[in-house]
Design a protein around this ligand. Sequence first.
Ligand code: AVI
Length: 318
Amino acid sequence: MLKPEIEDGQASLADPAFRADVLNGLAARPRAIPARWFYDRRGSELFEHITDLPEYYPTRTEAALLDQAAGALAEAVGPGRAVIEFGSGSSMKTPRLLRAVAPAAYVPIDISGEFLRSSAADLSRQFAGLAVHPVEADFMHPVPLPRAVADLPKLGFFPGSTIGNMTPASATDLLRTMRQSLGQGSMLLIGIDRVKDEAVLIPAYADSAGVTAAFNLNLLERINRELGGTIPIDAFEHQAVWNDDASRIEMHLRATRDVAFTVDGRDFSIAASETIHTENSHKYGERGARVLLRAGGWTPVAEWTDPQGWFALILTEA
Ligand code: AVI
């Protein structure tokens, strides 16, 4: 998830895609900036912190499900597969899966080479004898896999309900792309967050320690750092709302007063109460998750959920 960070004052070296998304997003109505830009170094650290928060149930629930499912997973998947993880570095989940399914090889795919190499090195140390083949690539597009795993059956791994950060249409496209990358006869193990009471969902995205607020506001700090922005951060507050029609938590940055600023030399003004939409986190019902997976070309073969039905780990086959 980590994206290269740029030192203070080096606005001209900013990622052109970041600049375009921010300038277009601030000019659009409603204003919106894609959530992928949360993950600079500071944002990635804050996200790690979020996964430990008492209110943020997905990470620990999914980790417990992996432990609980280990025996059944091993049986359903069989030994000697190549595990292909989409987005590397889910530090507490990957070892659980690798212990459970005893793969012949592990292929983490991530867009950030730096993060990819360090998490691959950690896993090589933990699992002596496991062949680890990191691939630096954007898994939103078909990824050619290393020749060393060409003849092995594949198990894709996409934990954390990251699929929920996409609209259902984009999620379907991504699932189809994964199918193309993994090939016929492969399996995919995916974590999907479930629809639940707002009283559980809202605190998970608006925690009492303010870590999610800092994560959201860091996007404005990143804009100031990398795009020479003059956004007064104290004029914005974190907002997490449940959009029932779209079955998703939305994160916004809400202006607490009228505010004017520049980004990359362009002027913007935002009125009090207006928001910048920064993230969607879609939640699926039992059937909705299965419908999504089938639309993406994956047939569910087994499913594990916690006693409260808050999170689902679903094993599928192509
Ligand atoms: C990465 N993704 C699955 C997280 C989620 O729950 O949607 C990102 C996140 N945003 C706020 N808290 C966590």
